[in-house]
Design a protein around this ligand. Structure first.
Ligand code: 5AD
Ligand code: SF4
Length: 354
């Protein structure tokens, strides 16, 4: 296991090119690293897509500000509290509040209020993760004081040139500011997460190898990454002919999960919805090769059409209980054990407290 903590770029590239029997052996080895380091438990994080209002215009995203084809929504306070109670009742260790990025004071205060209300309604039992984009240090601190424990900011791609190609060229979409947000988070006491998209137009194998090294250098506690999936109403769609086939994007994503598990054995890694979009058993596959977190969607059904970041997002019309039953079966099929009633902090985070 040790040798992977100092894996070189050349070795990563070599593994990203494996196929056939060698690839299967590599997946198996990654699965074993996972079992030895964090065991076979899978933790649920209930995902609540709080609002699709967003101040940003990322070129790849279906809820970008300039997309006028969608109805914008923000959940009512009671809907958030009800979803939190459901997560609590179902013994999920934690809840993820995700939304488009905004930093106006109404929003900042609203999130603070919701955090307090959730804790009141769930006896302080739920861990709360926020995924609400870049904020000031003051806001990060405020939300932490109100009871948020974890924060996710995906770097999307660690390559500055590529970052600039997939975002508008302005201050709001600055690569440097994104890095700064991650650095601030890292010193605030949050459990910090990041992630990337895999198979973006213009993205090379070298770029994704560098993404893994970047994630490792940030020393994050959790990672959510997944394949890029085109969306017709976004500016990046015009490059769809240049994309790797979906099967390749999926395979590359699995190799990334396996490699990351070997490079950072004790972090939490999510089997993401985008993986399931490209392969019906995508999440099970990810669990076998290294992932240990799944995020069931708890967003009320009537809002789900509004949060289509990419095409063919699954479970848009499915009742929560039905999805959960299917998910439980998938987890067992992947040889894992669903851990209920546990926060499931990453071992990496616990270790760095001492
Ligand atoms: N394909 C895959 N992932 C996407 N995201 C946004 N748009 C897409 C897309 N087209 C991801 C980004 C973002 C997260 C909320 O969703 O990584 O951080
Ligand atoms: Fe907004 Fe996030 Fe979509 Fe960018 S990826 S447009 S910040 S919701």
């Amino acid at each position: 296991m040790k040798e992977f903590s100092n894996i070189s770029r050349a070795e990563i590239l070599e593994m990203l090119s494996l196929n056939g029997k060698e690839l299967q052996d590599f997946y198996e080895r990654a699965g074993q690293v996972k079992l030895k380091s964090v065991g076979n438990k899978v933790y649920y994080r209930g995902l609540l897509e709080y609002s699709n209002r967003c101040a940003k215009n990322c070129f790849y995203c279906g809820v970008r500000k300039d997309n006028q084809n969608i109805d914008r929504y923000t959940l009512e306070d009671n809907e958030v509290v009800e979803a939190a109670k459901l997560a609590h009742k179902k013994q999920f260790g934690s809840l993820v509040l995700q939304s488009g990025e905004r930093s106006d004071s109404w929003f900042v205060n609203k999130v603070s209020h919701l955090l307090r209300e959730i804790h009141k309604a769930t006896n302080n039992d739920l861990h709360i993760t926020l995924s609400m984009g870049e904020q000031t240090e003051k806001t990060f601190d405020l939300w932490r004081e109100c009871g948020a424990h974890r924060y996710l900011v995906r770097i999307e791609t660690s390559d500055k040139n590529l970052y600039q190609k997939i975002h508008p060229n302005d201050q709001l979409h600055s690569y440097d500011r994104r890095i700064e947000a991650l650095e601030i988070l890292r010193k605030t006491g949050y459990q910090v997460g990041t992630g990337v998209m895999i198979g973006l137009p213009f993205q090379s194998r070298e770029d994704v190898a560098d993404d893994l090294l970047f994630i490792k250098s940030l020393d994050v506690d959790m990672v959510g990454m997944g394949p890029y999936i085109e969306h017709e109403t976004t500016p990046l769609f015009k490059y769809q002919d240049q994309l790797r086939p979906k099967s390749e994007r999926f395979e590359l994503s699995m190799k990334m999960v396996a490699l990351l598990r070997m490079m950072m054995p004790t972090i939490n890694i999510a089997a993401t919805t985008a993986m399931q979009t490209l392969h019906p058993e995508g999440r099970e596959f990810a669990l076998r090769v290294g992932a240990n977190v799944i995020m069931p969607n708890l967003t009320p059904l009537k809002y789900r059409e509004g949060y289509l970041l990419y095409e063919n997002k699954p479970n848009v019309h499915e009742e929560t209980d039905v999805s959960l039953e299917k998910l439980k079966q998938s987890i067992e099929k992947a040889g894992c054990q669903l851990a209920l009633g546990e926060w499931g902090d990453s071992k990496h985070f616990r270790d760095r407290q001492y």
